[in-house]
Ligand binder design. Structure first.
Ligand code: ZN
Length: 66
């Protein structure tokens, strides 16, 4: 079956019997993303997770007034 990538409009042909084809047929909500875009998104997600780490700051240790 022919599928169109939602992000770059590239037309790919995937095996009718593949899991992905079945999933797309059963649930049209599932949109197809080509490998390239998939990788790009994965990179972005990774990058976001990496930046997220910088936002974690150490809480100041409470000063004990003993
Ligand atoms: Zn794409």
């Amino acid at each position: 079956m022919r599928v169109k990538c939602v992000l770059c409009d590239r037309i790919d042909t995937i095996d009718d019997e593949s899991l992905l084809a079945k999933r797309l047929r059963n649930r049209p909500i599932h949109t197809y993303m080509c490998q390239e875009c998939h990788d790009r998104i994965a990179e972005k997600t990774k990058a976001r997770l990496a930046t997220g780490k910088f936002r974690i700051y150490r809480a100041k240790l409470p000063n004990d007034e003993w």
